[in-house]
Ligand binder design. Structure first.
Ligand SMILES: [Zn+2]
Length: 203
């Protein structure tokens, strides 16, 4: 939706959100007039949502240049762990975790650090994990046009840690596989094996 936002509208939106947050805090009987700790909380939270934790909705994707795969590389490689920060759509509390990407190159390639930039942009929105991973895969496919793509996300959901069942160490793992990773089970196996090795060396 960031494409629909015109010059100057983001500032207007920030003002509107902070006014609504002021009302919300008042409804929660938080004395924002007299408590110096919360007197600017509404403005701070509005800025945080629009420019940080939900910036993927309001700011455009950082510019990612892709290059033709001139050497016609076709061996798979994996990138990770990439830190994932998001917020659950249901409770607006953090989802924190890691992501691993496997690529069998196709017609285009992007620099390694660009995967982190795209992940940051996609995940900085309210999400449910399964949908976020699909959207991330769509973006990587659009940028790299790979022959095969695999993505694994392992994340902890604070709506399970902070509240509700209050499970401290439970995580959710999900994956998407596309193209050759989907059709060729040995390639898919190789991807999961490479990620397992990466995970072992990381922990
Ligand atoms: Zn939740």
């Amino acid at each position: 939706m960031s494409e629909c936002i015109k010059e100057g509208e983001l500032e207007e939106l920030e003002k509107e959100v902070s006014l609504r947050l002021r009302d919300l805090l008042k409804s929660l009987v938080i004395d924002i007039e007299n408590d110096h700790n919360t007197e600017e909380t509404a403005e701070r939270v509005a800025r945080m949502y629009i420019n940080e934790v939900f910036k993927g909705r309001y700011h455009r994707q950082p510019k990612i240049t892709s290059f033709p795969n001139v050497k016609q590389l076709d061996e798979i490689y994996t990138v990770g762990p990439i830190t994932i920060r998001s917020a659950c759509s249901h409770h607006f509390v953090p989802i924190m975790g890691n992501c691993w990407i496997g690529i069998k190159p196709g017609s285009r390639v992007i620099g390694l650090s660009k995967f982190s930039r795209v992940a940051d942009w996609v995940f900085s929105r309210p999400h449910i994990q399964e949908e976020a991973v699909m959207i991330f895969a769509d973006e990587i496919e659009r940028l790299c046009e790979p022959q095969g793509l695999g993505i694994i996300v392992k994340a902890q959901h604070y709506c399970m840690k902070l509240r509700g069942v209050k499970e401290s160490h439970c995580s959710m793992v999900n994956s998407v596989v596309r193209g050759d990773f989907r059709h060729d089970s040995s390639l898919k196996q190789e991807f999961f094996e490479l990620v397992r090795q990466q995970e072992d060396s990381y922990s």
